[in-house]
Design a protein around this ligand. Structure first.
Ligand code: HEC
Ligand code: HEC
Length: 509
């Protein structure tokens, strides 16, 4: 690659003269966990204990001519139900001012922390094919390669969740929590194509080429091998636990947690439990911030931003599920589907219509629901005890459940792929195990690749790929550990017509 010229100018109007030399960031692109995973000491896990990022610098995006209002995050939402007669009743109401601050923090601001040199992120083309690109082409290719979702308001299509702060870039929440659904970017939808292991691998490769491309020499403290089971399914829980344990004397050595697809954020308002296993409560908002430690935020800085994190929580609570954008289903089918749903599904998933509306927040033992047990089994009393002593466990700790929360199904059409590990590409497959492909790959992104009839992603069924390559991980191979697609056979015995009615009803939630 020696003939290749690295990008050395600061893009987007930045003045390199004002930027301090790049030293000191430990750059583990450790993409962690939202679910838990931190202690007071977690910042020591190969990360600078307290990085001195100027928290007042909200990063390059604002500097580079971004509109101050980075898009209304609620654009895709249906009108707030405000206690109307449809949908689940809200348990929590958001303070609008706090929610607006939280939304801005998520979309625009950097939480601080240092992850990788910005130039390293912008020079990845060196690893791809050694062909330099202008900004727009670069970010299009970046998003395509790593499955990131372009911010519609960004002039060059930089993705959600990638923040530039000074000369560093961080990856945060929306990299995993903004998804493309039927052609539209939706904040809070699972980022169902993202491959963080792939991004990490490429950064490691680039760093190994030496300082030319923006990286001073770093020890790379750990590996992300196995972190991404398939695009969109990450072991955020397991990595967070491992990282934090490594930094905590006497902490248990945690197991791998399989791979998880994040629950859609718009369900936050209607439930008290968080995470696939329901192990945290709404009041335990700090657990979801643990990921930032891994992105280089020191523990002290994390504590200092507590108020901002409460705003982020308020933002989540303010979200509404996106409404079905296709032709509305036949009302007669919906009515029949509702009866079936209330008969066979509501005891776990709640009632979405009429006076008995409500959500039971049932956690079903993993053995009973029969879905991949890895995630439910990995978070035990031992980990909980240790997390609950930490800052993350205040004001509300975590409790292992050994099961899975039956999710709130509002906006479920937009939450594909399904089950906690994202192993089933369509709702038709959730309703009929015979329609669950063992090995599948999304045909692409954009509206044409959404299947309104089956409610979910269109897919093909190639041969299984290698879990060690980006290409291979675009193929979801349910025979791999943590990716099993069995279980949840609650529509058993229904006729094809009855399942179609149920699907019609689910489209309306
Ligand atoms: C590496 C990708 C990734 C990043 C980055 C990330 N998350 Fe998550 N998040 C996940 C995954 C995967 C889950 C599902 C974990 C589980 O339930 O087992 C999750 C779960 C959650 C949940 C629980 C949702 C629910 O209702 O159960 C919340 C809330 C959340 N994340 C918030 C955040 C916030 C806020 C940030 C940024 C500070 C963040 N996440 C960063 C991947 C990520
Ligand atoms: C005994 C409780 C129970 C019953 C009954 C039940 N489910 Fe579920 N359901 C669950 C649990 C638990 C999960 C989460 C499983 C997982 O992610 O591994 C789930 C997951 C789902 C999902 C996936 C949601 C997502 O975002 O991934 C859908 C859709 C769903 N159920 C629909 C239904 C329908 C329709 C019925 C009725 C035919 C039904 N369920 C009956 C417990 C139940």
């Amino acid at each position: 690659m020696s003939g290749v010229r690295a990008l050395t100018a600061w893009p987007r109007g930045r003045d390199p003269g004002k930027v301090a030399p790049m030293v000191r960031w430990g750059w583990p692109l450790v993409l962690v966990l939202a679910a838990c995973g931190g202690t007071e000491h977690a910042g020591d896990a190969g990360l600078p204990a307290d990085v001195s990022v100027d928290a007042g610098d909200s990063g390059g995006l604002a500097d580079a001519g971004q509109p101050a209002d980075a898009g209304d995050p609620d654009d895709a939402g249906r009108p707030a139900d405000g206690g109307g007669s449809r949908g689940l009743p809200r348990l929590r109401a958001a303070d609008p001012a706090a929610a607006a601050r939280g939304g801005k923090a998520l979309v625009e601001d950097s939480f601080g922390g240092q992850l990788v040199p910005w130039l390293g992120i912008r020079n990845l083309w060196v690893v791809w094919d050694a062909r330099p690109r202008d900004d727009a082409t670069y970010w299009g290719d970046f998003n395509q390669r790593y499955g990131a979702v372009a911010r519609p308001d960004d002039p060059v299509g930089m993705p959600y969740g990638l923040k530039v702060a000074g000369q560093t870039a961080t990856v945060d929440c929306l990299f995993c929590h903004a998804g493309e659904v039927a052609g539209a970017p939706v904040i809070g939808a699972p980022a169902s194509r993202v491959d963080l292991e792939g991004l990490y691998d490429d950064l490691v490769t680039l760093a190994a080429l030496g300082p030319t491309y923006g990286f001073p020499a770093y020890p790379i403290p750990f590996s992300l091998d196995g972190f991404t089971g398939a695009a969109g399914a990450h072991d955020a829980m397991g990595l967070g636990l491992r990282l934090a344990a490594a930094a905590t004397p006497g902490a248990p050595a945690p197991a791998a947690c399989g791979h998880q697809r994040p629950a859609p954020w718009w369900t936050a308002a209607v439930k008290d439990r968080r995470y696939a296993d329901g192990s945290a409560r709404a009041a335990g908002y700090r657990t979801m911030m643990a990921t930032l430690l891994a992105f280089g935020l020191g523990y002290g800085a994390l504590v200092a931003q507590d108020a901002e994190f409460q705003d982020v929580d308020q933002y989540l609570v303010s979200l509404e599920p996106p409404a079905w954008p296709f032709a509305p289903p036949d009302p007669a089918a919906v009515a029949r589907g509702r009866v079936l749903f209330e008969d066979r599904c509501a005891e776990c998933h709640g009632r979405y219509d009429g006076p008995a509306r409500g959500f039971p927040e049932r956690v079903v033992p993993a053995a009973e629901v029969g879905t991949d047990p890895t995630r439910a089994a990995c978070f035990t009393e031992a980990e909980a005890a240790w997390i609950n002593l930490s800052w993350f466990g205040q004001p509300e700790g975590m409790t292992p459940t050994g099961g899975y929360l039956a999710p709130a199904l509002t906006g479920v059409w937009a939450a594909a792929p399904y089950l906690h590990n994202g192993s089933v590409p369509t709702l038709a497959g959730v309703l009929d195990p015979a329609l669950r492909p063992a090995v599948w790959r999304r045909t692409g992104s954009g509206a044409a690749h959404y299947d309104p009839a089956a409610v979910g992603w269109r897919y093909d069924t190639p041969a299984a790929g290698s879990p060690d390559t980006l290409e291979g991980r675009r193929v979801y191979d349910t025979t791999r550990p943590g990716l099993d697609n069995g279980g949840h056979d609650y529509a058993q015995g229904l006729s094809a017509a009855e399942r179609a009615d149920l699907l019609a009803y689910l489209q309306t939630l």
